[in-house]
Design a protein around this ligand. Structure first.
Ligand code: UDP
Length: 270
């Protein structure tokens, strides 16, 4: 498995991840899933607790074109030669020959697509979902939307909650009072991953927890996702910038700081 900036990222497709996670809800073990993107990897370099939470996850899906690029870039520079030229050409290939970067990690798998696909594919009476996070009322709307679309879906609890430490026990009690075996948590990174790492063991019926960032907002319609064609050519960030200009610092980190950091990084381990 590729390690990018010291974080393991798994080579898995949307379909494989969906099937694996649905299967996990029927196991005895408890597991969790994270969605590393360029910003998350940069953050993990500053926060060792977050880094550990990511590397201890059972599945880290590649949530970003930048992640696919970084895995490819590391592979083609294993011999250490022409790093800068390969850096420029591989970055250009994202726009002009996107298939090129998909050899080490086959597919970009976003948290939003994963959550939707699990809801679509889950067989009846198998996956019982608890939705935690986002602003007041959003999780409730996500439940309504998903139940409208998917006949088999069972959402057994929703709560906006708060990632603050002092709220942990109240949230745990709420989740444990339901029959949920799967938790989708939308506190944003790194809060949601730290929350899971700290509390998963106390959630006695939850078998899989997935941190899904802004996904609740997309499903509830409180925020719009970029059109498919923009997502495909790796420009979802541009759409988000136009929608939320205040994200400029985050977008700078994902599109400039991250590639530069990968170029400078000497940790090429496979
Ligand atoms: N959020 C929350 N509590 C917090 C901070 C964030 O519930 O203390 C929610 C927020 O409402 C949003 C989600 O976490 O629904 C993450 O949003 P973000 O824009 O960070 O998502 P990403 O860019 O990671 O997809």
């Amino acid at each position: 498995m590729p390690k990018i900036l010291d974080i393991r990222v798994d080579d898995i497709t949307l379909q494989e991840a969906t099937e694996t996670i649905i299967q996990w809800t029927q196991d005895n073990e408890q597991r969790y899933v994270t969605t590393p993107n360029p910003e998350i990897l940069l953050e993990s370099e500053k926060n060792v607790e977050f880094k550990n939470a990511l590397n201890r996850a059972d599945l880290n899906i590649p949530d970003g074109t930048g992640i696919l690029w970084a895995a490819k870039y590391q592979k083609i520079t294993e011999n250490g030669r022409r790093k800068k030229l390969k850096w420029i050409l591989s970055l250009l290939s994202i726009l002009f020959f996107p298939r090129y970067i998909r050899s080490e990690l086959r597919e970009r798998v976003t948290g939003a697509d994963l959550m939707k696909n699990i809801c679509l594919k889950a067989p009846k009476n198998v996956v019982k979902i608890f939705l935690l996070g986002a602003n007041e009322g959003v999780a409730e709307r996500v439940k309504e939307e998903l139940e409208k679309k998917h006949k088999n879906i069972e959402i057994v609890g929703t709560y906006s909650g708060s990632p603050k430490l002092e709220h942990d026990s109240g949230i745990i009690e709420k989740i444990n009072s339901t029959t949920a075996n799967m938790l989708f948590i939308a506190f944003g990174a790194p809060k949601q991953e730290l929350w899971i790492a700290r509390n998963l063991k106390k959630l006695n019926k939850i078998k899989v927890a997935v941190g899904v960032g802004g996904t609740f907002d997309f499903i509830a319609g409180t925020r719009k996702r970029a059109p498919q064609w923009l997502q495909k050519i790796g420009l979802e960030w541009l759409y988000r910038l136009i929608q939320q200009p205040l994200r400029i610092a985050r977008i700078y980190r994902a599109t400039i700081k991250f590639p530069v950091r990968v170029l400078k990084s000497r940790t090429v381990s496979w």
